[in-house]
Design a protein around this ligand. Structure first.
Ligand SMILES: NC(=O)c1ccc[n+]([C@@H]2O[C@H](COP(=O)([O-])OP(=O)(O)OC[C@H]3O[C@@H](n4cnc5c(N)ncnc54)[C@H](O)[C@@H]3O)[C@@H](O)[C@H]2O)c1
Ligand SMILES: [Zn+2]
Length: 664
């Protein structure tokens, strides 16, 4: 490829990732990989000025400005930092400064991985807070910043005007908590603390900021009207005294050795810190020197950011196992001796396919180097053949499927190995297709092709996931997984309606061996709800009409299985009816007839599925989303957006105690 095309390609690629990162808070590549692309582009542009361009991404900072937030112009352009990578580059920079300046000192600080904000104080009072935006115009996030405890709202010094800059971030603990919550509500996990912090700060609802516990480190004083300082370290000390939480453990150095020692020390403790850092910043300390050095259009000359390479560790491949995907693809997975890597313990890494295994020559028993791709997904970088056991053999993916034992085939023009036995891979698809079929839950319009499409996109793995689909409606539409809006709406409506089916349809849908439509009806007539059916003993079942010994044993075996318990608690949670409408033993209290409840948050004593069974047993319906038709929202601790929606629609919100009073 010629240079010009490469430059154009890099620009496009970088613009693409900028948008993902800054505007959508959802990057696709690691920062390290991104930084390498930027460096390559900058070097090429410097070398070939004839291809230079005014609006190249190397000349711009950050993202665009979000429309809904108020725009504010910056007093001081909010610029970025020049990246440096190796030890040599750090020495080169520091030594160059030592030659250029008169006995300079350097402040080295941790580079916190969050997002930049500028805080403004008038006469000692916080009056404005702005994101970086494109460096010239940012967005006001003042109301949100008021919710961050560690930002002082009033400071002792009443300077007419003070402007400071800091990094808003979310601690590892708060990040984990937020992800746990996502898991509980079945939402998508956040990728990393930086993106969550950025996403949160740009929320329009300040209460979300309070919930998520954002924090800040202040790292620079920009303007202090009426007060002079001589050095950066002095400003940090002063800011500390004013109640700011400043750059943690910054240090003042005089030589390149000292600077490098501190950078290495921070690098070693990096993964034990309570917050994410992506580098260390080396800054010239003297403020006069800084002025003299000035800046380029994008970065100051008085500082550089050293970026730590992704952490790599050695470990041992204990085994290679084969997983069979829903499409029949065989994926080799390396089982590793657990190793602490970039903040988490890693014990598995995908080896993708035979070609990758061959190329890296990874064998069972090998010592390998691992790192996390994109700071998230563990990968094997290479094996170390010198440390290999003498009798080791190259690894070959088996030519029989580990699930069904049938012969596998290698894709003609791809690297993948597959099990093409339709019985094998179709298993999951088949059981879901059966669940939605006419005899079972009768979800109209849910054909096999839709089931397959939703499965291969990862939206459904089991029958419980069907009732979560409405949460992904926008995504499903956007990706055109199962057609247009109208057909998606029809399908979601049909799914919702099926929640009210009598339990004979549900029992049929579970696909219990030897239990068809007819036997399911009998079960529904003889027990009050799913729990009773599931707890029925041999004697109770064998006395039912046409129930034989084999069938009864199959029923008992099924309802005792882990699989059933997982599925039923999901179904209950999503509001699928589990109460028999045809049972003679049914309770005749239907005080909730015609009412719809939505349950959100964690209730103090009841489990959500308990509450939902109770509502249904008293004739009410439980729905997953708040609408005008909702009668009550039963809300517990940490109820999220559903609560907000209920408030806007004016729907009565009750807590557990009030709910208990209703059922007394
Ligand atoms: N993965 C992707 O797709 C993708 C895309 C775009 C950008 N990025 C990442 O975004 C970053 C580039 O953006 P950038 O312009 O913010 O540059 P930068 O992150 O390299 O450096 C500048 C920023 O560092 C922050 N910072 C933290 N602690 C600091 C301290 N003690 N002193 C000074 N500054 C401190 C400031 O907010 C400052 O704006 C890179 O890390 C890059 O990898 C990634
Ligand atoms: Zn198979």
């Amino acid at each position: 490829m010629d240079v010009k095309s490469r430059i154009e390609e890099l620009r496009k690629e970088i613009e693409y990732h900028n948008n993902k990162y800054y505007n959508e808070d959802s990057p696709e590549i690691s920062d390290y990989e991104y930084d390498k692309l930027s460096v390559e582009l900058r070097k090429l542009e410097a070398e070939y000025p004839e291809f230079s361009m005014e609006d190249s991404p190397t000349k711009k900072v950050g993202g665009t400005v979000k429309r809904e937030l108020r725009k504010v112009e910056h007093d001081v352009p909010v610029i970025s930092l020049q990246d440096v990578f190796g030890k040599e580059e750090v020495y080169e920079y520091v030594n160059k400064m030592i030659v250029e300046l008169n006995k300079p000192k350097f402040v080295v600080e941790k580079k916190i991985d969050g997002l930049s904000v500028v805080l403004r104080y008038h006469n000692g009072e916080l009056t404005e807070g702005i994101t970086r935006g494109d460096g010239v115009i940012g967005e006001s996030v003042y109301e949100n910043l008021l919710e961050i405890k560690n930002i002082p709202k009033i400071i002792p010094s009443k300077l007419p005007y003070l402007e400071v800059r800091g990094e808003v971030y979310i601690s590892n603990k708060a990040f984990e908590k937020a992800n746990k919550k996502q898991e509980e509500i079945g939402g998508k996990k956040y990728q990393n603390p930086r993106n969550l912090a950025a996403g949160t700060l740009r929320q329009l609802d300040p209460s979300i900021v309070r919930d998520r516990n954002l924090d800040i480190f202040v790292f620079n004083l920009e303007i202090s009207e009426g007060k002079e300082f001589t050095s950066h370290s002095e400003t940090l000390e002063w800011l500390k005294n004013q109640g700011f939480k400043v750059s943690p453990d910054f240090t003042v150095c005089e030589t390149a050795d000292e600077v490098w020692d501190y950078i290495s020390k921070v690098g070693n403790e990096r993964w034990n810190l309570q917050y994410a850092i992506d580098g260390a910043v080396v800054k010239v300390d003297n403020l006069e020197d800084r002025k003299k050095l000035g800046m380029t259009s994008k970065v100051p000359r008085w500082a550089v950011a050293y970026k730590y390479p992704p952490e790599q560790k050695e470990t041992i491949v204990k085994d290679i196992i084969i997983q069979v995907g829903r499409t029949g693809r065989l994926t080799p997975l390396a089982i590793l001796e657990p190793v602490r890597l970039a903040g988490t313990t890693v014990s598995k890494a995908t080896l993708h396919n035979q070609d990758v295994i061959n190329e890296k020559d990874v064998r069972i028993g090998d010592t390998v180097i691992v790192q996390k791709a994109g700071d998230i997904i563990p990968e094997v970088i290479k094996s170390i053949p010198e440390k290999r056991p003498a009798d080791s053999k190259p690894y070959v993916i088996p030519n029989i499927c580990p699930i069904c034992g049938e012969a596998t085939v290698r894709d003609e023009n791809g690297a993948d190995t597959r099990c093409i036995n339709s019985e094998c891979d179709a298993q999951a698809t088949r059981s879901i297709s059966y669940f939605v079929s006419k005899d079972a839950m009768n979800i109209v319009g849910f054909g096999k092709s839709k089931v397959e499409a939703l499965m291969s996109e990862g939206y459904i793995k089991d029958i419980g996931d069907i009732y979560q689909l409405e949460n992904y409606k926008d995504e499903i539409l956007e990706k055109n997984v199962i057609g247009r809006e109208k057909s998606v709406n029809n399908l979601l409506n049909a799914i919702n309606e099926s929640k009210n089916n009598n339990i004979d349809k549900l029992i049929t849908g579970l696909g219990i061996k030897n239990v068809g439509k007819q036997s399911a009806k009998v079960l529904a007539e003889n027990f009050a709800d799913m729990d009773e059916v599931a707890n029925a003993n041999y004697d109770q079942l064998i006395n039912l009409p046409d129930f034989g010994d084999t069938m009864v044993n199959d029923i008992i075996k099924y309802f005792r299985s882990e699989k059933y318990h997982t599925i039923i608690s999901k179904l209950k949670e999503y509001g699928v009816n589990v109460i028999s409408k045809s049972s003679e033993t049914k309770s005749d209290d239907s005080r909730f007839e015609g009412m719809t409840f939505v349950i959100t948050g964690t209730l103090p004593t009841m489990k959500r599925d308990e509450a939902s069974s109770l509502i249904q047993s008293l004739g009410g319906k439980v729905s997953g989303s708040v609408s005008k038709k909702t009668s009550y929202v039963l809300a517990g601790e940490e109820a999220g957006s559903k609560l907000t929606k209920a408030e806007t629609l004016g729907i009565t919100i009750i807590d557990e105690e009030e709910f208990k009073n209703m059922i007394k």
